[in-house]
Every structure is written in C-alpha cells, then in structure tokens.
Design a protein around this ligand. Structure first.
Ligand code: PLP
Ligand code: ZN
Length: 444
C-alpha cells in the first residue's frame, strides 16, 4: 500500500511588522506591500503543526519538500507531488552540471579534536556542520533554491508577464562573495539572466567566476547623493524597482530566501538526533553559534532546528569591526514592549554601522543585519545572546578550525567558532554545541 499523501505544511505568509497576510497561492510574494527602504517589513511563513520527518533522500529539498513554502505554492498552483519532485530533480541536475555539486545533505560530526582542545567532556562537545562542499562552496544556494523553484512554477503556470523564456525579467542580487556565486550558479542552471551588484573593489577571482557563469557584473562605487548603507544594495533596489526579480539572501528583500535556508537547521536537528541515538545520549543540542552578516543564515538555521522541538540557545556571532546586531538587541530589550514589540520599532533598533567595517571574516561585514528581527526574537525565545568577538579570536578560530578538523573553511565560515572561544568559560564541559562551517576558503 502506498503511504498517504500528506499535505504541505506552510499555509501562508504574515508580516512580522504590520500583520498583513498574503495567501500561499499568490506568486512573487517577496515583500510585504507596506515595506519600503526607510521602513522595512518582513514576511514570515505561517505553518501547521507537523512533526519534522525527513524522507530518505540524498537531496534535502526532496527530504523536506513537504515543509517548504515553495511546495505549498506549487501545490496551490495544481502541481502534483510527482511534478514537484521532478522539478527539484531537474533543477538540481542542471545545477550539478554547472557547478559539479548538487544539493545534498551536508555532514554533521562531533569534532573530537576541537572538543578536546576546548576542554569538553565525553558527554559534551563541539559539533561541526560542514557546508563547504555545498553548491558554489557555501550554504548560500540553499536560500536561493526556493526562490528559483518558485519562479519556475510561476513561469510554468503562465503567471509571468513574458510569453517566452527569452523575455524573462532579469534576476538581481547585491553581493561580492558567496551569495553572488550561488545566485549566478543557479541563474546559469536555469539559463536566466542575472545582474550582480558588487562593490567597487570586488575580489578579482570572484568577478572572473561570475563572468564565466554569464552574470552581468555591475560595480557600485558610493555616490555622493546616496543615503547611508551599502551602495550595492541601493543599486540592487533600483534594479528591482525597474522590474528585476530580487534574487536576494536577505529576508526583507525577498522573504522566500528563508524557505530553503531552513533546510540547514532541519538537517542539523535530525542528524544530531540520529547521532545521539548511536551514543545513547538524550537528543538535546544545547547551543548553536552562528556567524551573522545579513542574518538570514542564523534566522533560518535556528528556526529550522527549533522546528524539531528541541530549542537550542542561539548565540549570534559578529566581529567587533561590524556589530549592528548586538546594538539592535540592546535597543529591543529596552523597548517598553520588550522584544515582542521590536517589529514596530525597526529603525530605532537597526540602522547601518557607521564605521568602515573590517574583519578577516569579510563575508559578515554587512553594515545592516537585515534579518535582525527574527534573530533577536530567537535569542529572546531561547535565552540566547549576541557575541561580539575581537578580531584576534576570528583569526585564532580560523586556524583552530582548519588544524583540528582538516576542513578547508574560510575565516567567515569559521567565525561562529570565535564566538565559542569568547564564551568558553560560560559553557559547561558536558554541553553539546553546534557551529556551522559555511564557506570554503577561496585561494587566489
Ligand atoms: C560563508 C558565509 N558564512 C556566513 C555568512 C553569513 O550569512 P548571513 O549573511 O545570512 O548572516 C555568509 C554571508 O555572506 C557567508 O558567505
Ligand atoms: Zn508589513
């Protein structure tokens, strides 16, 4: 007998700032209608209660299909389960042919060497999720895959303004690193035009690879008339205003990046539970340390892990050279209505970092933590806290990460470990904590 076909879990979207609801069947529901650059809003997915169960498949988008919002959108458009799975598999195959890697579960392991070096007991330890061999060398493509699938469904159902693929509106992204590479890889797999807005001094090797992938690279010097904030983000917003599709890894620019991003947390929770069954330990991950740039990663990884029922304490890690999240945390706690009211006090809590950001962890130098709100709420719900780490610890964590695990991780990718170093004396040796090694070291 075939197992019953279970319905999708996500039921719609709701704005965390103004409460506006958007039905799941509505295409291109990237942002809340009330949102603007000066007063951002953030759509969040609403879902039915459903225990997290993974279908046994190497591809996380197949394993967790039922929990993904794009799947609920596709179901509302009338696509059958088989058609939805076929869509994932065919895009994944195209990605693999462009990149050499498709979407696969990424390994989670307790690092004995790291755990010993940091003085954890045999009951506790440091668990490392290794995303360095993900599509395009980082976790970023996870965020973008759900936007890509949404677009392909909308196009297939004739919900777009163009009659032929050659008339597609271009994708747009602001990034100089991993997100740009991930976006351009997916765009190449879909043969979809993309504009990538990069800083004036973007890394030459990254720009070369973007060109190879067929992206239009737009350099963005700061203009005298620009408001505060990243000039690449300003140019990106202008392009979106002119009709480009926000292929973004920041929730306020495109809420759907939070969809696929959650696969990281779902995998983490399930892999950890399975590993504890082997060790006969209770399946409780005590803490999760995540490096924070724009903030989508920490938000998605924690909320994904929390979906499984065990809620790890979240520590959001930023470098002292750029730490707008810690500032927003303090401001949110001080509000009359506390953190619960923070959504309606967006600009009182989050504004661009004034100094020129600097750190070896150059992937987390976003001058605004665009997804600060869900992170602040997650830290409040889990009794967590932000950690601002001195630059020396970023460098030390990077060296320790590489020497103890052998993983070819970048300083950005290991920056969460710097948070563990900073807090080591406050963590019990029996605790189990997780870090995400999110990006490969790029040489040259
Ligand atoms: C390797 C790596 N890790 C972590 C991050 C931080 O992710 P987020 O910007 O979602 O906070 C980035 C962002 O560029 C990154 O490239
Ligand atoms: Zn809103």
């Amino acid at each position: 007998m075939n197992p019953p076909v279970l319905p999708p879990v996500v039921t719609g979207l709701r704005c965390a700032v103004c409460g506006e609801r958007v039905p799941i069947s509505q295409p291109f529901s990237w942002t809340c209608p009330g949102s603007s650059a000066s007063s951002p809003h953030l759509l969040r997915f609403e879902r039915n209660l459903a225990p997290l169960r993974a279908v046994d498949d190497a591809n996380p988008f197949v394993s967790f299909r039922r929990y993904l919002a794009w799947d609920a959108f596709a179901a509302a458009c009338g696509l059958s389960v088989d058609e939805r799975i076929d869509l994932i598999r065919s895009l994944d195959a195209a990605v693999e042919s462009v990149d050499g890697s498709g979407f696969r579960w990424t390994p989670l392991q307790r690092s004995g060497a790291l755990s010993d070096a940091l003085g954890f007991s045999e009951h506790g330890g440091v668990w490392v999720k290794d995303d360095t061999r993900n599509v395009a060398g980082s976790h970023k493509a996870r965020h973008l895959m759900s936007i890509a699938l949404h677009l392909l469904v909308a196009e297939r159902q004739g919900m777009v303004s163009w009659a032929h693929e050659s008339g597609r509106s271009p994708l747009a992204i602001a990034s100089c690193g991993n997100a740009a590479l991930a976006a351009s890889t997916l765009a190449a797999a879909m043969c979809w035009p993309i504009s990538v807005f990069v800083p004036e001094r973007a890394d030459g090797a990254v720009v070369d690879r973007l060109h190879q992938l067929g992206a239009t690279v737009v350099r963005c010097p700061r203009r005298a008339e620009d408001p505060p904030g990243d000039p690449c983000v300003h140019r990106f917003r202008e392009a979106v205003g002119a009709g480009a599709i926000p292929f973004a890894v920041q929730g306020p620019e495109n809420a759907w990046c939070h969809d696929g991003g959650r696969t990281i947390g779902w995998e983490l929770a399930i892999q950890y539970e399975l590993a504890q069954n082997d060790r006969s330990q209770p399946a409780m991950l005590d803490r999760l340390f995540v490096q924070v740039g724009g903030g989508a990663l920490a938000s998605c990884a924690w909320s994904g892990a929390a979906d499984q029922g065990t809620v790890p304490v979240l520590h959001a890690v930023q470098a002292e050279g750029c730490a707008p999240l810690e500032r927003s945390w303090r401001h949110a706690l001080a509000l009359d209505g506390g953190v619960a009211s923070a959504g309606t006090h967006w600009r009182e809590c989050m504004w661009p970092w004034e100094q020129e950001p600097a750190s070896a962890a150059d992937g987390i130098l976003d001058d605004e933590t665009y997804d600060w709100l869900p992170i602040v709420q997650a830290m409040a719900a889990s009794d967590g806290s932000p950690v601002v780490v001195p630059e020396a610890l970023i460098v030390e964590a990077h060296a320790l990460a590489r020497s103890s695990t052998g993983i070819d991780v970048s300083p950005t990718g290991s920056a969460g470990l710097a948070g563990v170093l900073a807090m080591r004396h406050q963590i019990d040796p029996d605790e189990n904590i997780a870090v995400l090694f999110t990006g490969v070291q790029r040489h040259g």
